[in-house]
Design a protein around this ligand. Structure first.
Ligand SMILES: NC(=O)c1ccc[n+]([C@@H]2O[C@H](COP(=O)([O-])OP(=O)(O)OC[C@H]3O[C@@H](n4cnc5c(N)ncnc54)[C@H](OP(=O)(O)O)[C@@H]3O)[C@@H](O)[C@H]2O)c1
Length: 247
């Protein structure tokens, strides 16, 4: 039986582990061909090999325009089309503002914000020619309400949300839908090692759903944004945060 995303080609940046990999597995189970992306070829290869559909792994540092352009060339040579780009690659090192250096700031902006520009720019002319495409940006609640120790990250993710709206206005008439999701704290290995335990307890207390998010909590909205059912949804940022923000 054909899956919900049968034979779609979906690029997911930062998909060698964590949220990106879980989404890759879910969409692949629904028939999509996945382009796994990370900075380490071996880890990316291992992730792609576990997927049930024909999928490829491309080493690509998303903060490098040359890497992103080469990645898109590889995807087009392999599959000949790109249906969806999911801009998920991101880093989120906690650092209070007084301790933050310009290098700390730039490291996060370069990957989380500029990386989103670079990957989108690399696929955009392909989608323009196809007259069809979907771009889904993984932002964060930090981009809406700010996060303690997260001035750089909040600025980057707030930028991703604004970028989503502005690009969506240009892209909609080309039949390219651009949207974002804003997850709350999702229990990935990175989140568990990154955030102090008391911060996770406090966050849970302030979340109406009474728990942290899981990778599975993101599957429904991502699958929907990959599907034709979301064609008239343009420039939105959908929170998946157990009610932590209600904006
Ligand atoms: N976990 C949460 O609580 C949470 C909440 C809200 C939003 N988010 C967002 O969700 C996304 C994924 O988070 P996660 O928790 O799954 O993180 P993660 O477990 O650390 O995974 C990050 C992925 O991105 C890749 N990556 C990092 N820098 C990259 C770069 N420059 N170029 C290409 N790939 C890169 C990593 O592989 P390599 O290291 O091998 O490159 C890895 O595959 C991020 O954008 C994050 O901001 C997470």
């Amino acid at each position: 039986m054909a899956g919900l995303h049968q034979d779609k080609v979906i690029i997911i940046t930062g998909s060698s582990r964590g949220i990106g990999y879980s989404i890759a597995e879910n969409l692949s189970n629904e028939g999509a061909h996945i382009v796994i992306i990370g900075r380490n070829q071996e880890t990316a290869d291992a992730a792609a090999a576990k997927l049930p559909t024909k999928s490829i792994a491309v080493r690509c540092d998303i903060s490098s325009e040359a890497d992103a352009i080469a990645m898109v060339e590889t995807v087009m040579a392999t599959f000949g089309k790109i249906d969806v780009l999911i801009n998920n690659a991101g880093i989120f090192p906690v650092k209070t503002f007084s301790a933050m250096t310009l290098e700390d700031w730039k490291a996060v902006i370069d990957i989380d914000l500029t990386g989103t520009f670079i990957a989108t720019h690399a696929v955009y002319n392909v989608m323009e020619k196809q007259k069809k495409g979907k771009i889904i940006n993984v932002a964060s609640i930090a981009g809406r309400v700010g996060g303690y120790g997260f001035t750089h990250y909040s600025a980057a993710k707030g930028g991703v949300i604004a970028f989503t709206k502005a690009l969506a206005r240009e892209a909609a008439r080309l039949n390219i839908q651009v949207n974002a999701i804003a997850p709350g704290v999702i229990e990935t290995d990175m989140a568990k090692s990154n955030f102090p335990k008391y911060a996770l307890t406090e966050h849970t207390k302030n979340t109406p759903a009474g728990r942290l998010g899981t990778e599975e909590d993101l599957f429904g909205v991502i699958s929907f944004l990959c599907s034709a059912g979301s064609d008239y949804i343009i420039g939105q940022t959908i929170a998946v945060d157990g009610g932590y923000t209600m904006i």
